[in-house]
Design a protein around this ligand. Structure first.
Ligand SMILES: [Zn+2]
Length: 252
């Protein structure tokens, strides 16, 4: 058994017993792990504030290779993201990214770049104003790239022609689009040129800039549908994100 010290983001948690909780934590050094936080639900918990979803923590835990569930020993709160938690839309968008990681990332595969991105994303969600869903699109777009299936937003998969203002047809399995001409023969999800422009722009933008987007509702719907379809094609057992249903439900 090893005693490990790392940084983590709590993706979700659920009750194990009267006083204890199980947490799914995405750690910087050891990837996604599950830990038991004994006494976390008791009145004098030493983990106070550190075992809630979205919390960014320093943590020490006992790791036993033969177990799926490790034992949490100590935590220290780095950021509880107070402003996110005080707002339903921010909470739903913050949780959507955590839910995506919880479902899509394989256990115990470290990915420090992805860890740094979720930390930056939650920090931005806590501080930025404007169109916050733009930050989620940034996260989703870059996440796809980090998982190794970055789509091509600017060229037709078949003829290589520039997609431009005419838009195209999205093929999630092939990781890209067909131009209008090629797509009219093979089909796919129709995507407008303006939508592609945003997706292409997000690839090169800074995370903080993403909240400056102000997309019309038709375009929003296309991007939402495109990401949903993409994740469900490439991630096993993926269903629409529950946190996003909450966000859409409050008119986000
Ligand atoms: Zn083409």
């Amino acid at each position: 058994m090893a005693i490990l010290k790392t940084e983590g983001v709590v993706l979700r948690g659920w009750r194990l017993s009267e006083t204890s909780k199980i947490l799914s934590v995405f750690t910087r050094d050891h990837g996604k792990i599950r830990v038991v936080a004994k006494g976390a639900l008791g009145p004098k918990s030493k983990f106070r504030g550190c075992v809630e979803s979205l919390a960014h923590i320093d943590m020490i835990y006992y790791d036993k290779r033969t177990r799926d569930l490790q034992l949490l020993s100590q935590t220290d709160l780095k950021d509880g993201h107070i402003r996110i938690l005080g707002n339903t839309a921010r909470t739903a968008l913050g949780l959507a990214a955590c839910e995506l990681l919880d479902k899509a990332v394989l256990a115990e595969e470290p990915n420090p770049a992805l860890f740094d991105m979720i930390v930056r994303y939650l920090g931005t969600m806590n501080e930025a104003d404007g169109f916050l869903e733009g930050c989620l699109w940034y996260f989703e777009g870059h996440f796809i790239g980090m998982m190794g299936y970055q789509p091509t937003w600017d060229r037709c998969l078949d003829c290589g022609g520039s997609l431009g203002a005419g838009g195209g047809f999205f093929l999630p399995v092939n990781g890209g689009l067909l131009c209008r001409e090629c797509g009219s023969r093979r089909g796919g999800l129709r995507i407008e040129g303006e939508t592609l422009e945003i997706l292409f722009w997000l690839q090169g933008a800074a995370l903080e800039e993403a909240s400056r987007l102000n997309p019309p509702s038709g375009l929003k719907a296309e991007i939402r549908k495109m990401f949903d379809l993409y994740f469900r094609t490439h991630i096993e057992h993926m269903r629409p994100l529950k946190s996003l249903a909450v966000y859409y439900g409050i008119g986000g």
